[in-house]
Design a protein around this ligand. Structure first.
Ligand SMILES: NC(=O)c1ccc[n+]([C@@H]2O[C@H](COP(=O)([O-])OP(=O)(O)OC[C@H]3O[C@@H](n4cnc5c(N)ncnc54)[C@H](OP(=O)(O)O)[C@@H]3O)[C@@H](O)[C@H]2O)c1
Length: 292
């Protein structure tokens, strides 16, 4: 069992850190809003630090799940950043969805002080984190991944190395590109059926068992038909992710026409006040365009 630190106790990080504790590791957490760290420690029994550096002191592994590129830099670098406390031989595992660029930048800085850095973004949402069944896609040195994998097992259904530093984030981008198209297709089909007076649930019962079936169809059609979006993965987060995809696509000269279009549809959803709605809220935009 290892001594670990976990930085960022949000929707994803909170339950992930709790799984590590339940697996028998010694866990010290950090959260920018200290009240959340206090509540987590009271509920789960672990310790908390006032800064990333304090939490990372003496830890063999430091995990993070914060917001975006700048947030990740903020918890890693500077006087009070985790890197300041990490000795040679320690390992940083980042679960945040960020750019491959910041990943490689931090990987190189970590490596310069003898610290390993594995990018390990996740898919599976809040339920996946709570139930410990996340899909984790990793990038970094094979030896670092081999050390991290048994620890990540505490909240993984599948955990696989995709290649060198940044490859985990590229895999996560591929995941988000797929989801954007899937959700727009699902939203169009359900809205189309609604306008035609069809029973969407009855249709999904049949077509979900055929070639059109998907996780999104299975898990989101009911709430989409009900117009309920106060759950799941927020549109604001999705726009951050699609922004990363589109910027990377430009560097790679890999056109993403559908992703670019759906990104603009998400902008419309934000303008409708739906920034915190689940990504399946694309159907609400169609309802608005269709006149209700
Ligand atoms: N939610 C999902 O379904 C899901 C699924 C897959 C991947 N992800 C990715 O996982 C990451 C976290 O998502 P989440 O849903 O857990 O987000 P969240 O609930 O908003 O939590 C974000 C966490 O990051 C911390 N944070 C943000 N900026 C920070 C900064 N500058 N310095 C220090 N801490 C900072 C927040 O601290 P405070 O408490 O102080 O705000 C909070 O603990 C994101 O990159 C997201 O894209 C999310």
């Amino acid at each position: 069992m290892a001594k670990l630190a976990f930085l960022g106790l949000g929707v994803m990080g909170g339950p992930m850190a709790a799984h590590l504790l339940r697996a028998g590791h010694e866990v010290t957490v950090y959260n920018r809003t200290t009240a959340k760290a206090e509540a987590w420690a009271a509920a789960n029994g672990g310790a908390f630090g006032a800064t990333p550096r304090e939490a990372a002191e003496g830890a063999e592994f430091v995990m993070a799940c914060v917001g975006n590129d700048d947030d990740l830099r903020a918890v890693c670098l500077g006087e009070e950043g985790a890197f300041a406390a990490m000795p040679a031989g320690a390992l940083f595992v980042d679960h945040t969805t960020v750019s491959a660029q910041v990943t490689r930048e931090l990987h190189d800085l970590a490596q310069a002080q003898g610290v390993g850095f594995v990018d390990a973004p996740v898919s599976g949402g809040q339920a996946g984190a709570e139930n410990g069944v996340l899909s984790i896609m990793c990038g970094g040195a094979a030896a670092d991944f081999d050390r991290a994998a048994p620890v990540l097992d505490a909240y993984a259904r599948v955990c696989k190395r995709m290649g060198e530093s940044g490859a985990g984030q590229i895999a996560k981008m591929m995941n988000q590109i797929c989801i954007a198209g899937l959700l727009q297709g699902l939203a169009e089909a359900l809205h189309f059926g609604e306008r035609a007076g069809m029973d969407g649930r009855a249709v999904v019962e049949v077509i979900s068992q055929g070639a059109a079936g998907s996780w999104q169809m299975q898990n989101r059609h009911g709430t989409m038909l009900d117009g309920a979006f106060e759950h799941g993965f927020a549109v604001d987060w999705m726009r951050k992710d699609l922004g990363i995809c589109l910027a990377t696509a430009e560097e790679l000269r890999a056109p993403l026409p559908m992703t670019a279009l759906v990104d603009q549809f998400y902008k419309d959803v934000q303008n409708m006040g739906g920034g915190r709605w689940d990504t399946s809220a694309l159907i609400e935009r169609l309802r608005k365009l269709g006149g209700g």
